[in-house]
Design a protein around this ligand. Structure first.
Ligand code: NAD
Length: 310
């Protein structure tokens, strides 16, 4: 039995695999994804492959995975895996659904509060002896504001619970989740259309997978239709928000703030045009990766892989 892990995984979960199948059976290299030739050699005779979101499991690499029976995904979102091709080869693809939802939901609430208050980005000025108190005195509170969610699945629902606890009104667009689904009533969320969420929300947060239907969903036109001064948060996938249009809307004052954790191209290429843009938070695809989430995600996938292989 051989297991290849091509991106970082919690050590305790890697040890669980070593204990179950023997140390020599587990090939763990957190940087293997960056060495395509070594990756191809490693997967050639393995039974299980464990990846995060950077390993592209498709095409030639998938062809090399002749013996693979299971692919564990340390996270959710399967856009880096050709799931249809895996199905055709009877390879099980197992995401860590729900295990990093709290990390993402807390990121959304934290950045929403920070961006609405717009008063935390003054460290440089204050330490330089400036005192921008008047300019920063019109920040907005969070309670009473409308949180608009695009996608009301695992992360959307947890974000809604936290937002409700802060006194926000929550509305969500998710046409695939039927009106009779208990989550709407249980969490107290109004089911809305995409246009309603766009125009009514003070904070819009995206929690949909990257699909043909969601690609470029928040294009320049939809961003322009958002409430003036609203905050846009994208932790879902790059390609769903038009990043250039979001930054232009921030610069013009149409948007009050934005947090982007995911990008069309990752790592984000250096873009001089974005520097100096205030009330913009950029993070390196980290919303779902906290210490605790890494432990939960890794142990869930280790258990699932053991289950399939034994
Ligand atoms: P989920 O499958 O539980 O929920 C996704 C929801 O989106 C579903 O309820 C589905 O009905 C809905 N949906 C699908 N297409 C839609 C559309 N066109 N319009 C509106 N709603 C639509 O997934 P989740 O666990 O909530 O994760 C959501 C996404 O977040 C993942 O697909 C992944 O891409 C992303 N993610 C990012 C990070 C990060 O670190 N930034 C971490 C975890 C997940």
């Amino acid at each position: 039995m051989r297991i290849v892990i091509s991106e970082f995984m919690d050590e305790a979960a890697v040890d669980t695999l070593r204990q179950r199948f023997g140390a020599a059976a587990v090939h763990y290299d957190a940087n293997l994804v960056d060495h395509p030739a070594a990756l191809a050699t490693a997967v050639a005779d393995c039974d299980a492959l464990i990846v995060r979101n950077r390993t592209q499991v498709r095409g030639a690499l998938l062809d090399t995975c002749a013996k693979v029976r299971v692919i564990g995904r340390l996270g959710v979102g399967l856009d880096n895996i050709d799931v249809a091709a895996c199905d055709a080869r009877a390879i099980r693809v197992i995401p860590a659904t729900g295990a990093n939802a709290l990390a993402v939901a807390e990121y959304v609430i934290g950045t929403a509060m920070l961006l609405r208050r717009a008063s935390y980005l003054s460290t440089g000025e204050v330490s330089d002896g400036k005192w921008p108190r008047n300019r920063l005195s019109a920040g907005r509170e969070t309670a009473g504001a409308v949180m608009g969610l695009i996608g009301f699945g695992s992360i959307g629902q947890l974000t809604a619970r936290l937002a409700s606890a802060l006194g926000m009104q929550v509305i969500a667009y998710d046409p695939a989740l039927p009106a009779k689904h208990p989550a709407w009533q249980e969490i107290g969320v109004r089911r809305a259309s995409l246009d309603e969420v766009t125009v009514d929300a003070d904070v819009i947060s995206l929690h949909v997978p990257l699909l043909d239907a969601t690609r470029n969903l928040f294009d320049a036109g939809r961003i322009a239709a958002m409430k003036r001064g609203a905050v846009l948060i994208n932790t879902s996938r790059g390609g769903i928000v038009d990043e250039g249009a979001a930054v232009a809307a921030l610069r013009s004052g149409a948007l009050g703030g934005a947090a982007l954790d995911v990008f069309e191209q990752e790592p984000l290429p250096a873009m001089a045009g974005w520097t100096g843009c205030t009330n913009l938070i950029l993070t390196p695809h980290i919303a779902g990766v906290s210490f605790e989430a890494n432990v939960r995600v890794s142990s869930m996938i280790a258990a699932a892989v053991i289950d399939v292989l034994q």
